[in-house]
Design a protein around this ligand. Structure first.
Ligand code: ADP
Ligand code: MG
Length: 262
């Protein structure tokens, strides 16, 4: 199992703190954050704006290093981006001059220097998986925002990540498109037995998607809650109207309320 045993966590964040030095002052972004994520889990990371959610994700993505504490991936200390960790950013970053399929193939091309027929077939399959069959030869500007974010998801899945990090991936989209993409993401999570850590500041979205909701306080972000979400899977939109869903969102809200002193 790639150096990890069946019972060891895929990801372990241990007492992580982060400070940013700006020209005017030092910003204490995160303080003593610890949690673990097991293989196959879907974990939502929730917190107010500025609570360090993106900073934490960037550290797990290996793009920033903690100032205190350590992050372990498959039991190894994580010090740089790891190919088994896929990262979908808040905004799409597609190459406008490349077609959809060539955008999806880009990481493979960078890694291998070229792409083969098998890679092309896999890219086509992933585009179909995210509902973009028939758009392989389109250019990003010809697609809606939701479709562009699906291309980014297909491009990330092309690397077959064990851990998928998503930073408010559908945050810029309208509510209906977001709901549809969330359902697709749940299907991909289920069918590919992937581990997902998703940042959101939407309580209902966190509860609907996740097995566990982690709540960060206002800056400096501290982990104030780690709540299990025991809704059965597969999740359906009908669950949004159930009493149990209401109780769970209230429980999460109470943690955020405690954070804000409400
Ligand atoms: P969130 O994603 O929860 O909204 P961020 O992780 O983006 O929060 O930011 C946490 C805090 O750290 C904010 O106060 C932000 O302004 C600050 N911050 C983030 N990145 C930098 C940086 N590169 N330089 C200085 N301050 C930063
Ligand atoms: Mg952010």
């Amino acid at each position: 199992m790639n150096g990890a045993t069946a019972h060891s966590p895929l990801l372990r964040v241990a007492q992580v703190s982060k400070y940013f030095q700006t020209t005017v002052r030092a910003i204490h972004a995160l303080h003593g954050v610890s949690f673990q994520v097991s293989a196959g889990e879907f974990v939502a990371l929730l917190g107010p704006s500025g609570s360090g959610k993106s900073t934490l994700l960037r550290m797990i993505g290996g793009l920033l290093t903690p100032d205190e504490g350590q992050i372990f991936f498959r039991l190894e200390p994580l010090r740089e981006p790891n190919a088994a960790i896929g990262y979908v950013f808040q905004r799409t970053n597609l190459m406008p001059w490349r077609t959809v399929v060539d955008n999806v193939l880009l990481p493979i091309q960078v890694e291998q220097g070229c792409v083969d027929a098998r890679n092309r077939q896999q890219a086509g399959e992933l585009l179909a998986l995210v509902g973009l069959q028939g758009f392989e030869q389109s250019y990003p500007r010809q697609l809606s925002g939701g479709m562009q974010q699906r291309v980014v998801l297909a491009r990330t899945l092309m690397q077959q990540p064990q851990l998928l990090l998503m930073d408010e991936p559908f945050g810029a989209l309208d509510a209906l498109t977001r709901e549809r993409l969330n359902l697709e993401l749940l299907r991909i999570h289920r069918e590919h037995a992937m581990t997902v850590l998703m940042v959101t500041h939407n309580i209902a979205e966190a509860v609907f998607m996740a097995d566990r909701v982690l709540v960060l306080s206002e800056r400096p972000g501290r982990l104030v809650a780690d709540l299990a979400i025991d809704l059965p899977r597969p999740r359906t939109l009908a669950m949004l109207g159930t009493e149990h869903f209401g109780h769970l969102t209230l429980a999460v809200r109470a943690q955020i309320g405690a954070v804000e002193g409400v």
